[in-house]
Design a binder for this molecule. Structure first.
Ligand code: ACO
Length: 332
């Protein structure tokens, strides 16, 4: 029997119906459609509206769709990891809430918080459970209701984010499909450039923190941009070199969707043409943990068994990483 690797055997994405366009932002803050498009590549983003609607509700849509699509009974799932920065509550973990709502009763579950690299880190973590043997069905879901931590009076951040969820099924392969290599990194000194000031143990919620808008994303865009553009390109190039992959060997680059200019720089560094880069930032914006699974979901029908994919992400923390993945199936 060959070495056990963790293969993606199904994927499902979900976005809420409501859309915020660049034109809408012109009425909300001092901005223009043109500035947003040229500086970020975003045209519109989906927003989850309605009282009582949380990240878990989007994730459950993706997870239930995934179970149906892969013909999996909820009780067969052994582990569910939810990557999110917008948990329903600080505790318990949103993963527990998703499992409960989706009828997944035999799995243990936990959240992963690595900002925009969370889905990639969760995929690497889940793959280790499969590779160690014993685990046959793991769900990794990336979901974020970014609208719940976005300050819609701050033009420098509000245009960037959207809401979405995406889930993948991981199963063992002994034929060399799935996650074949990964490189993951973190540098906590980057926290000064991208964080939420209040709501944690450092600064619990108070009238003052709410009045000061400290429960929203704080980002020094230019500083984050500089790190993101080099780190994401470097780590993707490192994975290619380590696995002796030339640009022609790669079917698709699957980058985190934070800014079109960061995606372009990564593709250039890897020598990959734009037609081999999964890009949907114009329709969804930065959905944090959902960007990579949403790309895989939308490209699923184009993927062929054996395709080499490079996943790459950069996010708050700072966190960054890349995965070399051999696609395991052709969509029916
Ligand atoms: N409309 C019009 N003008 C704006 C807007 C806007 N929406 N936002 C900012 N500006 C202005 C600024 O105020 C500034 O004006 P000034 O020169 O008078 O001060 C000017 O535009 C330039 O601002 P910059 O911040 O330098 O603009 P930049 O070109 O860097 O683009 C952006 C900003 C899009 C945020 C970019 O820096 C970026 O993408 N950064 C990286 C984001 C990222 O990768 N984040 C990590 C993942 S997110 C996560 O982990 C949760």
């Amino acid at each position: 029997m060959g070495k056990i690797t963790a293969a993606i055997t199904g994927i499902q994405g979900w976005v809420p119906e409501d859309v915020l366009t660049n034109k809408d932002f012109e009425k909300m803050v001092d901005t223009t459609e043109e500035w947003i498009m040229t500086r970020t590549g975003i045209k519109e983003r989906h927003i989850q509206k309605g009282k009582g609607k949380a990240t878990s509700d989007m994730a459950v849509e993706a997870v239930i769709g995934l179970l149906k699509k892969t013909n999996t009974k909820p009780e067969e799932v052994e582990l569910l990891i939810c990557a999110t920065v917008t948990p329903d509550m600080i505790h318990p973990a949103t993963a527990n809430i998703i499992s409960d709502k989706a009828g997944i009763k035999n799995a243990f579950s936990f959240d992963m918080n690595a900002a925009c690299s969370g889905f990639l880190f969760a995929l690497v973590t889940a793959s280790k459970f499969i590779e160690a043997g014993g685990y046959k069905k793991i769900i990794v879901v990336g979901a974020d209701k970014m609208s719940s931590i976005t300050d819609y009076t701050d033009r420098t951040t509000c245009v960037l984010f959207g809401d979405a969820a995406g889930a993948v099924m991981l199963e063992p392969s002994t034929e060399g499909y799935g996650i074949l290599d990964s490189s993951t990194h973190a540098d906590g000194s980057g926290r000064i450039y991208l964080h939420q000031k209040a709501g944690g143990s450092l600064k619990p919620a108070s009238h003052e923190t709410v009045d000061a808008h400290e429960h929203f994303i704080y980002q020094e865009g230019q500083a984050v941009f500089k790190f993101a553009v080099t780190r994401m390109a470097d780590v993707a190039a490192e994975i290619m070199e380590r696995n002796q992959l030339a640009s022609d060997d790669i079917a698709y680059l699957v980058p985190h969707q934070a800014n079109m200019r960061i995606i372009d720089a990564t593709a250039r560094r890897m020598g990959i043409n734009k037609d081999k880069v999964m890009i949907n930032i114009e329709r969804y914006g930065n959905t944090t943990n959902a960007t990579i699974p949403m790309c895989l979901y939308e490209w699923e029908n184009k993927l062929k068994k054996g395709d080499n994919l490079i996943l790459a992400a950069f996010g708050g923390g700072f966190t960054w990483g890349s995965i070399y993945l051999k696609w395991a199936y052709e969509a029916k």
